[in-house]
Ligand binder design. Sequence first.
Ligand SMILES: Nc1ncnc2c1ncn2[C@@H]1O[C@H](COP(=O)(O)OP(=O)(O)OP(=O)(O)O)[C@@H](O)[C@H]1O
Ligand SMILES: [Mg+2]
Length: 245
Amino acid sequence: MLLELRQVTKRFVDRGGDFTAVRDVTLSLGEDEIFALIGESGSGKSTLAEMVVGLQQPTEGSIHWQGEAPGQAASRPHVQIVFQNPDRSMNPYWKVRDIVAEPLILRKTGRAEAWKRAGDLLEQVRLPRELLDRRPDECSGGQKQRIAIARALSMTPKLLIADEITSALDPGTEREMLALLQTLKRKHRMAVLYITHRLETIAGFADRIAVMKDGAVVETGHTASVLSQPQSSYTRALLAACSYA
Ligand SMILES: Nc1ncnc2c1ncn2[C@@H]1O[C@H](COP(=O)(O)OP(=O)(O)OP(=O)(O)O)[C@@H](O)[C@H]1O
Ligand SMILES: [Mg+2]
């Protein structure tokens, strides 16, 4: 297994008291699988993802990476995250070339080489090289998400986390994005943790899924079997709500 979460809980404490955002979650991800994390808004998906990347620490439980001692505070270029809102992670004044090349330059790749790689990476996410000279506001939402994926790929991740990256896209663009992720997964031999509140999008895409509700995983399994024979009443309600047939 690439990654294992063992009884991971995250509590936030503020003036209003305690709030448990993630509750006793145990999950594992294989080396080149697409794993979908499904749940409605506020169910704890992003908090879970942030713990996997190391942006947040679990209050209880532990996260184990293959070949890494538990709790080792390593920087993890091998896990990359792409967010719902690409503007959150892009400097609006930079050209796409510099946005994609930035992680490479930070890791001491020469500028000329990093720019060349930026062009290659755009091609991998099926964007024209002409985009290199544009700024983010001259790109569409779907293009910006591809740019964010290209930048993440520059670190040759073993795990790519996509946190609601298609939520702002139209259905056609969303389908293209899922197909692209499948291609990239095979090509780069990486795992994908795909986070969405839209259960209806993941048939034929994700290998396995986990359904979250109020911070806890209520169901997990192979996508086809969860969709055809959901065990939890909550999953059944989600399926009914999106009239999945
Ligand atoms: N830093 C924080 N302090 C306090 N509460 C937090 C913090 N971060 C998240 N929460 C709470 O934890 C819960 C889960 O939030 P999270 O962002 O993980 O949900 P989500 O499933 O990603 O939702 P969405 O689909 O809307 O992105 C929410 O109720 C949120 O308000
Ligand atoms: Mg979220």
